[in-house]
Design a protein around this ligand. Structure first.
Ligand SMILES: [Zn+2]
Length: 113
């Protein structure tokens, strides 16, 4: 399942960061999930709860922030509203997705001795 591999990669990444910084524990992870990323947040948190056992993330909470999709013009940078035709009225070029398809680890709160 997609969400399981995301969580696996996430925990591996946090493990690397934690060992580089000689952290003794991780308290919280903040991730940003775009609404168009195809990630089911419920599945993600379920997968996380299962995978964090016996890892450095065992007691770390997972904060998920959902990022709404946002389009803009690739030429002039004008924002293009949802529900509009997905093209810039001034430049007549197709809109570009500026935000909303990302899966991003934003922040790790950890304890360093
Ligand atoms: Zn434009």
């Amino acid at each position: 399942m997609h969400e399981y591999s995301i969580v696996q990669a996430l925990i591996e990444r946090v493990g690397t960061e934690a060992s580089v910084r000689h952290a003794t524990a991780v308290h919280r992870l903040k991730v940003r999930i775009g609404e168009l990323s195809g990630v089911e947040v419920d599945l993600l948190t379920t997968a996380y709860t299962a995978f964090r056992e016996r890892t450095i993330c065992e007691r770390a909470e997972l904060d998920v922030r959902i990022v709404p999709a946002r389009w803009e013009c690739p030429d002039c940078g004008a924002p293009i509203g949802r529900g509009n035709r997905l093209a810039c009225g001034a430049c007549a070029v197709p809109a570009r997705l500026a935000e909303g398809d990302e899966i991003m680890l934003d922040q790790i709160e950890m304890e360093v001795r």
